[in-house]
Design a protein around this ligand. Structure first.
Ligand SMILES: C[S@@+](CC[C@H](N)C(=O)[O-])C[C@H]1O[C@@H](n2cnc3c(N)ncnc32)[C@H](O)[C@@H]1O
Length: 278
């Protein structure tokens, strides 16, 4: 981990400061490694890591993959070529975006890959099912509110850089080292919920506080009986343990959709528990 941190720090310093002169041009345009960019310079993700990032995100042909700051287009092109996904790159530098379009044509995927010349902080990417990033931690953090607002279950994978206090759901391993991070956008569950048909307890409520994919709160039964619970979300899937009226541990699992959670108690086959947001 120390080695990863040291490598990441070196990369931050060089990504912020190492700016080579940029060649403008069209057909003959050849970008320079470490040339300056609007918020971060251009540095291509190594091929093996492109594969590992897309594998970690489990990209399939049904996905819409957005690469934010897409450089020469290698991530969207690979997502389309290897996995059959539809892919979009957003790149501020028009020469890089034009180069990426040429690369997509050469790779025979221009029907599935689009490159938008624009600013990632202004362009819309809300229809993505997978977002790939190779920016900087502070840029990831700036994007975080928009990422957390995306559809629950959207997968995000970042080369090298973290998302600050938003803990990753997994790490990207490359050649035995941690080379990136992976998150699944969690559903929003903070607030009060009424639980119907919780076995043994017809009159139960949940009061939840959420921090990214983790939540905790109180399970309140009747007027006074309450217990602390805590759990985790994986996209729209929620689960937590609680003690039933006999003091036996039970597991609630469910799927969150807007103002309802459709759940079951794992230990009671066939049980149906609906939670409704108050
Ligand atoms: C480190 S490179 C990553 C390129 C590519 N995603 C990859 O992994 O190979 C970052 C890219 O972001 C672009 N960029 C920087 N700020 C941007 C912004 N605000 N909007 C769009 N692109 C930006 C740079 O021009 C550069 O091509």
């Amino acid at each position: 981990m120390l080695r990863v941190r040291a490598a990441a720090s070196l990369l931050v310093i060089s990504m912020l400061s190492g700016c080579a002169t940029q060649h403008a041009g069209t057909e003959l345009y050849e970008p320079l490694i470490a040339q300056s960019g609007k918020d971060v310079m251009w540095m291509p993700t190594p091929n093996h890591l492109v594969s590992e990032m897309l594998e970690t995100a489990q990209v399939t042909s049904t996905d819409v993959v957005y690469d934010l700051g897409s450089g020469d287009g290698k991530i969207p092109i690979e997502a389309a070529k290897r996995y059959g996904a539809r892919a979009i790159g957003i790149e501020f530098n028009p020469d890089l975006a034009a180069l990426a379009r040429r690369h997509a044509q050469q790779a025979g995927v221009s029907d599935r890959v689009t490159f938008v010349t624009g600013d990632i902080f202004e362009e819309d990417f809300s229809n993505a099912t997978v977002v790939t990033l190779y920016l900087l931690t502070q840029l990831n953090i700036k994007l975080k509110p928009r990422l957390l607002d995306m559809k629950p279950g959207t997968r995000i994978v970042s080369n090298t850089f973290s998302m600050g206090s938003w803990e990753p759901d997994a790490k990207v391993l490359s050649e035995g080292e941690v080379s990136g991070y992976f998150w699944i956008v969690p559903a929003k569950v903070e607030g009060n919920w009424i639980l119907s048909d919780l076995p043994g307890w017809p009159d139960a409520q949940l009061k939840l506080t959420q921090k990214s994919q983790k939540f905790d709160g109180d399970l309140i039964v009747g007027q006074s009986l309450e217990q602390r619970i805590e759990g985790r979300l994986s996209g729209a899937q929620i689960s937590f343990n609680y003690l039933d009226r006999n003091g036996k541990s039970q597991t609630f699992t469910g799927v969150v959709s807007a103002h309802k959670i459709h759940g079951t108690i794992r230990q009671i086959p066939g049980s149906v528990v609906i939670a409704t947001k108050k």
